[in-house]
Structure formats: structure tokens, C-alpha cells
Design a protein around this ligand. Structure first.
Ligand code: IPD
Ligand code: CA
Length: 259
């Protein structure tokens, strides 16, 4: 493994240890609400701070964009971090959350990892080299029939409820099994691992999907042009799918695939 990939693995595993310890603490993670259904725990900030310190020590001069503290996005090398994706799950004692960390170089994702600490699952990818789950190469599923497929449709208060329901409803009427598990990053990782066939959300932020988009393309799947229209700064719709159902999911969701 290259020095870069070893560093990424070490950072996300250490961050995952922090989350697991907080999750298992007898007084359980205390949380506040930033707004409707918008959870915040002290661990979100602590993990992001830790990752920022690690990046500054290991890769001095690189930029960092994080969910909690923001950041400048104008240098050639940018780390994109969501310290806890699935914060609502984490706060409510549901063991389905992760850290997502990706490195963008000159506007292109170079490497990324998602670590899910409660099941010790490390999803990692490097551009042009492949994607792995706990050391095993990942491939998207070969399911080619919508009626045998599972798709996750993400939701947040940033979009009207009806927009979400319309997307989820179309997928359900087409015969898909529709789920919503509350972590967009893990939703993308599951497509890369062949556990589900698609993940779509009308609006999501770049820290939720930076690593996952690379995981999916390196695992042979298809994605939309998330980075178009300034997705890095303001977010965008996201669609990731296996190869076999890419056109079908694109037409169901109305989200165009990247070439
Ligand atoms: C959210 C989760 C959720 C997705 C939202 C995200 P958070 O991030 O990934 O599944 O639907 O768009 O904002 O609040 O858990 O970090
Ligand atoms: Ca998030």
C-alpha cells in the first residue's frame, strides 16, 4: 500500500476509535439539535478537529473542507471530511454511522475512505487502482432487474418532503426495495460493495459523498456529475448505481449520469 493510503487508513481508523468509544460510553453521546432533525454531538467536532490536526502534521499545506468547521477550497490539494456521517443514528444509539475522508487533487478525487467503526468495516479506494472492503476488492452488483433491486433514497430538511417522496415513490412503484438508513456515505459504500444497487438524493453535501463517489467508480459503478455546478461548495443531487441499472435509475430519479 502507498504511504498515502496507509495514512488515510490510519486516520479514519483512529477517528473511528474515537466514535466507538463515545458511542459505547455509559452516559451515551449527548446531542443537541441545530434545527429540525439536524443533530449535533460533541464527538462530531472532536473527530473533525483530530482529523484536521492529523492532516496538518502529515500533509502540511493541504487544504481541508469539513462539515463542522468549513474551510477554503481553492488549493490544488483538498481533503474533504465528514467526521460523523449518520449523526442522527450515532446520537440515537443506532450503530450505522461512519467517517468519510477523501483527497481531491486538481479537482479530481484521488483517494478516499469510509470507515464504519461498529462493524469494523473499512472501504477504501484509490483512483485507477481499485476499491477494497477490509482488504478484498469491491465490485458493484450485477443485478439487472429493478424488481430484484434495492435502492436507498436519502432525505434531509434541505429539500421539500414531496420531492423526496416522489423520488422514493417512483422507485417503489417500479418494483425496487426502497430504504433509508440515515448515512449517505454508507449508502454510497453499500453500492460499491454490491449490497444495494443504487443511492439517490435530491441534495447532498460534498463531504457526504466525496469518498463514496470514488469507491463506486472504482468498483465499476456509475455516478452523476456531482462536481458540476459547484457541487464542492454548495452540494448537488447525487446518484450512484451499479452498471446494469444505471440508465433505469437515471430515468427514475431524473438525475443524469456522468459520461
Ligand atoms: C446526513 C446523512 C443523511 C443524508 C443527509 C446528510 P449527517 O449527514 O448523510 O443520510 O440524507 O443529506 O446531511 O447529518 O448525518 O452528517
Ligand atoms: Ca454528513
Amino acid at each position: 500500500m502507498t504511504e498515502l493510503m496507509t495514512s488515510i487508513e490510519q486516520m479514519v481508523r483512529a477517528a473511528g476509535d474515537m466514535m466507538r468509544t463515545a458511542f459505547n460510553a455509559p452516559d451515551r453521546p449527548a446531542y443537541s439539535l441545530k434545527g429540525q432533525q439536524d443533530y449535533l454531538t460533541v464527538t462530531d467536532g472532536a473527530v473533525e478537529q483530530f482529523v484536521r490536526e492529523q492532516i496538518a502534521a502529515r500533509f502540511p499545506g493541504d487544504g481541508v473542507l469539513g462539515e463542522e468547521a468549513g474551510g477554503l477550497v481553492d488549493g490544488p490539494r483538498l481533503w474533504i471530511v465528514d467526521p460523523i456521517d449518520g449523526t442522527a443514528n450515532f446520537a440515537r444509539q443506532i450503530p450505522h454511522f461512519c467517517i468519510s475522508l477523501g483527497l481531491m487533487v486538481d479537482g479530481q478525487m484521488e483517494a478516499g475512505a469510509i470507515y464504519e467503526p461498529m462493524h469494523d468495516e473499512l472501504y477504501i479506494a484509490q483512483r485507477g487502482k481499485g476499491a477494497w472492503l477490509n482488504g478484498k476488492p469491491m465490485r458493484v452488483s450485477g443485478i439487472a432487474d429493478l424488481k430484484a433491486s434495492t435502492v436507498e433514497v436519502g432525505w434531509s430538511t434541505r429539500i421539500p418532503v414531496d420531492t423526496y417522496l416522489a423520488m422514493a415513490g417512483k422507485a417503489a412503484h417500479a418494483g425496487c426495495s426502497v430504504r433509508r438508513a440515515g448515512s449517505g456515505s454508507l449508502g454510497l459504500a453499500y453500492v460499491a460493495a454490491g449490497r444495494t444497487e443504487g443511492y439517490a438524493e435530491p441534495h447532498i453535501n460534498s463531504w457526504d459523498v466525496a469518498a463514496g463517489l470514488l469507491l463506486v467508480t472504482e468498483a465499476g459503478g456509475r455516478v452523476n456529475d456531482f462536481w458540476g455546478q459547484d457541487g464542492l461548495r454548495v452540494g448537488n443531487a447525487v446518484l450512484v448505481t451499479n452498471a446494469a441499472l444505471a440508465e433505469a435509475f437515471s430515468s427514475l430519479t431524473g438525475i443524469a449520469l456522468a459520461a
